[in-house]
Design a protein around this ligand. Structure first.
Ligand code: C2E
Ligand code: MG
Ligand code: MG
Length: 454
């Protein structure tokens, strides 16, 4: 269709380049793979026939930019081919080093920058480029193509219209990621996830007002993994939906058990983190309703924790989900408050019940670094909007007394307890100093009320 060599022909040329580079040291070649950004979306909106015309126009532009390169540098023999779908590839022979290939990549990318006119539509295209150079020592065409594809993947992950040069560390990372992805899929079937619970303490009463449920993965060979090690991958692959669901079910079930066992002394709320991918799911509200029904937990005992980055994809849909849940009594907190870009507008528009002041501000209290002033401003703002404040990451008695003085309602952090398993959480609840509130508050503030010392 584009009049370019197809994959088969191209692979043959590549094979010959490999053999030449094996015979002669100075015959260095580079392989570039160019991946168009958002081509699927274009295909979808313009229809396949117009999209094909666009591809032809793109191929022509790329081809002429390569010819221009040849003319200026009198250099590399280059062959452009279409790999299929939204990917093109260029074989550059007789180059001096990787910088030649980088220059060609830039030319290709800038050739796409002007708008394309296709059947009356103005379309803007951009592309990322992955490059690998034969000095890596290749014997097989598939290895060359794979390494350039890994570099392209990396370039795309970094953002639009970037260019990345392959290095072996990238391959190791790609393999590690793939292994982790397979392990994560298995982990769901094998129920390798655990939930730890970290107490949230009310400074009004000095007692545990709730617990935050925090996911852990008991990896069969790597031990207990923290969310930082698997949540990002789970979000990228969409597996967070299943994992999030498991955490919701388990933590609601646990809260139900505590209510049964401790009655009026049970903690008020179970706080569960919900990611953007889950929130974007139109079925989330019904799913949560079903979980509450299934576990017999009162809606007012569940509180969702959502970071503002979760709202980026579709605020409108998220708003509808949260409103519906609030109408049945499920509250929500804006998590890691102050670390994003638009917290204030979300607070106002989405009517959060609680804000959780990010640990980074709390840890700067007393560091002479405006931390205290930031927290003071957040507490004042929240109070004016009628929103509760929880301070995260409280580690010292100094931070605690400052927060108390500012009128912060609740605190959470290692000063009181790290996230713990059910048995330890059980004894935290059971061993709370169930005394007169005043006495209890004093105990917490003086440090004697620390729940454990791990
Ligand atoms: P988060 O929701 O802000 O949770 C608080 C994190 O801060 C927890 O880390 C907790 O262990 C840590 N932390 C609490 N107090 C202190 C302290 O005093 N000092 C320090 N240095 N750290 C403290 P964790 O468990 O590693 O979780 C990290 C993040 O992973 C969570 O941040 C949350 O965003 C995410 N996450 C955890 N579980 C889930 C889950 O089930 N679903 C989703 N979507 N995300 C989760
Ligand atoms: Mg949280
Ligand atoms: Mg947080």
């Amino acid at each position: 269709m584009t009049g370019l060599p197809n994959r088969l022909l191209f692979v043959d040329l590549l094979d010959r380049a490999i053999k030449r580079s094996q015979r002669r040291q100075d015959c260095t070649f580079a392989l570039l793979i160019l991946g168009l950004d958002r081509f699927k979306a274009v295909n979808h909106s313009l229809g396949p026939v117009t999209a094909d015309r666009l591809l032809v126009a793109i191929a022509r532009r790329l081809q002429s930019s390569l010819r221009a390169t040849d003319a200026v540098t009198h250099q590399p023999a280059c062959t452009l081919a279409r790999l299929g779908g939204d990917e093109f590839t260029v074989l550059l022979e007789d180059i001096t080093d990787a910088s030649d290939a980088m220059r060609v990549a830039e030319r290709l990318q800038s050739a796409l920058r002007l708008a394309f006119d296709v059947e009356g539509h103005q379309v803007f295209m951009s592309a990322a480029v992955g490059i690998t150079v034969s000095t890596t020592g290749y014997a097989r065409t598939e290895d060359v193509l794979q390494d350039a594809a890994i570099a392209l993947h990396r370039a795309k992950a970094d953002g639009d219209a970037l260019c990345e040069l392959f290095d072996p560390a990238l391959r190791e990372r790609a393999v590690a990621r793939l292994t982790l992805e397979t392990d994560l899929r298995n982990a769901i079937d094998r129920r390798e996830f655990a939930v730890l619970y970290q107490p949230i303490i009310s400074l009004d009463t000095g007692r545990i007002s709730g617990f935050e449920a925090l996911a852990r993965w008991r990896h069969p060979t790597r031990g207990l993994l923290t969310p930082a090690e698997f949540i990002p991958l789970a979000e990228d692959t969409g597996m967070i939906r299943q994992i999030g669901r498991l955490v919701l079910i388990e933590s609601c079930r646990q809260m139900g058990a505590w209510v049964k066992r401790f009655g009026k002394d049970a903690p008020q709320a179970m706080c569960v983190n919900v990611s953007g991918r889950q929130l974007a799911d139109a079925g989330l509200a019904s799913e949560i309703e079903a979980i509450l029904e299934g576990t017999g937990l009162e809606a007012s005992r569940l509180k969702l924790e959502i970071t503002e980055s979760a709202f980026i994809s579709d605020v409108g849909a998220a708003e509808a989900t949260l409103k519906r849940l609030q109408s049945i009594g499920v509250e929500w907190s804006l998590d890691d408050f102050g670390t994003g870009y638009s917290s204030l507008s979300y607070l106002h528009r989405l009517q959060a019940d609680t804000v959780k002041v990010d640990r980074s501000f709390v840890s700067r209290i007393g560091a002479g670094d405006n931390g205290l002033e930031m927290v003071r401003a957040i507490v004042a703002l929240a109070r004016n909007l009628g929103i509760d404040v929880v301070a995260e990451g409280v580690e010292t008695v100094h931070q605690l007394s400052q927060l108390q003085a500012l009128g912060c309602e609740s605190v959470q952090g290692f000063y009181f307890s790290k996230p713990v398993d059910v048995a330890a959480a059980d004894s935290l609840i059971a061993s709370q100093p169930w005394r007169d509130d005043d006495e209890c508050r004093q105990a917490v503030l003086s440090g004697h009320g620390r729940l454990n010392h791990n």
